[in-house]
Design a protein around this ligand. Structure first.
Ligand SMILES: *Cc1c(COP(=O)(O)O)cnc(C)c1O
Length: 412
């Protein structure tokens, strides 16, 4: 397997050694440190090949069969394949695969369903809501009136009673479910029930779990939500990008909300790469992958708990784990720094209780590398050793190198 045709062909190295060096430096970083960022993954060489293909040259405003540019007959086929594969994979009546990112997909969902000033109920940012769920620094907080629900301070689980109570009080135009840090399955049926009770649209922002949905390892929001927003680059393992899934009645509104309302020309190389990723996600190998991702996360969560860290909600149903490292004497920020020095890459996150920050980690990338439960146990012990300063960072770095050296993301 080669990394990309470009790197293989050495074209870039000859023409622009400065950039070639940077690209290879990043490849080395990804291959020699431990990638535990919950939102990241390693795309396949086939996905990278589609991304680096001449489809990157094509302008294609509009939709297949109705473009504002000539010469779209080939890319039209690519987009139709991507749409058909997405519909089949998630059991959706309609798919829009043009969103440039997860945030763009959420923006389009709001544009399709809401008017500025409408009230929206979403998980509060301190509990794991995304910036697009009402942050004052984001268009969502500026243009809509967001009301936040929370999680139970003790259990870390979504407070569904509060969701219902807030919905009854505020009568939102839309309810958003989905999070950047929630490790458990979301009860989409219950959200649907509340949305129906108050006459709200239900928007599922499944940016994180959509890959698990594709592999049958998490519940599918498509039958419950009016619009599902997602990314294609997290557990789903495709190119960086977004997509929307919905029923037939909202298809046209969603399409218009993407183009021409919030975006211009579609990125046809990315759309082709999304098609490749959907094709991969429809295989039994991906189903096995998705289940292994969850099995790995459970072992890692149990390992961290056994080492004394507090695991939010006491475990995980997904690829995602959030922990409070305070019992080991470090806050999240210090912990992230110590781990970075040891070659372990992960994020900080908010915790359901109090002010202190925690750590968020995920198993999508390491599972793609081929790691299993044995490696997860080793990683849990390693992390705890580094946080307790029982292992000095140079020795930890060597152990990380040794571990990932056996599971190169792009062998050769
Ligand atoms: C990752 C994520 C997004 C945004 O995705 P981008 O591609 O970074 O814009 C939106 N919502 C949720 C819940 C996410 O986890």
């Amino acid at each position: 397997m080669s990394v990309t045709p470009v790197l293989e062909a050495d074209v870039l190295r000859r023409q622009d050694p400065e950039l070639a060096e940077i690209l290879l430096g990043e490849l080395t970083r990804q291959s020699t440190t431990l990638q535990l960022i919950a939102a990241e993954n390693f795309t396949s060489p086939a996905v990278l090949a589609a991304l680096g293909s001449p489809l990157a040259n094509k302008y294609a405003e509009g939709y297949p069969g109705a473009r504002h540019h000539g010469g779209c007959e080939i890319v039209d086929v690519a987009e139709r394949v991507a749409v058909d594969r997405a519909k089949a994979l998630f059991g959706a009546e309609h798919a829009n695969v043009q969103s440039h990112s997860g945030s763009s997909a959420v923006l389009a969902a709001y544009a399709a369903l809401l008017r500025p000033g409408d009230t929206v109920l979403a998980l509060g940012l301190p509990y794991g809501g995304h910036l697009t769920h009402g942050s004052p620094a984001n268009f969502s907080g500026r243009w809509f009136d967001f009301v936040g629900y929370g999680v139970d301070a003790e259990t870390g689980l979504i407070d569904y009673d509060q969701v219902r109570a807030l919905a009854r009080t505020h009568r939102p135009k839309a309810i958003v479910c989905g999070s950047i840090a929630y490790p458990r399955h979301i009860d989409y049926a219950l959200f649907r029930e509340v949305a129906d009770e108050v006459g709200a649209y239900l928007v599922a922002d499944a940016a994180h779990p959509i890959g698990l949905v594709a592999g049958g390892a998490a519940p599918n929001p498509v039958p419950y939500a009016d619009v599902v927003c997602a990314t294609t680059h997290k557990v789903l393992r495709g190119p960086r990008g977004g997509m929307l899934l919905c029923g037939r009645e909202l298809a046209e509104r969603v399409d218009r909300a993407v183009f021409p309302f919030t975006q211009g020309g579609a990125q046809m190389n990315t759309i082709a790469a999304k098609a490749v990723a959907f094709g991969e996600a429809a295989t039994p190998a991906f189903t096995a992958y998705a289940h292994q991702v969850v099995a790995n996360a459970r072992v890692l969560a149990a390992g961290l708990e056994a080492e004394g860290l507090v695991v939010t909600t006491g475990g995980t149903d997904t690829h995602l784990i959030t922990v409070d490292p305070m019992p080991l004497g470090v806050d999240g920020r210090t912990a992230r720094g110590r781990l970075a020095a040891a070659g372990v890459v992960l994020d900080c996150c908010a915790l359901p209780h109090g002010e202190a920050r925690g750590l968020r980690l995920g198993t999508a990338a390491v599972t793609t590398q081929g790691m299993g439960e044995v490696e997860m146990a080793r990683i849990g012990a390693l992390l705890a050793g580094v946080l307790r300063e029982k292992v000095e960072s140079r020795r930890a770095r060597d152990e990380v190198r040794d571990l990932v050296g056996g599971f190169l993301p792009y062998p050769g």
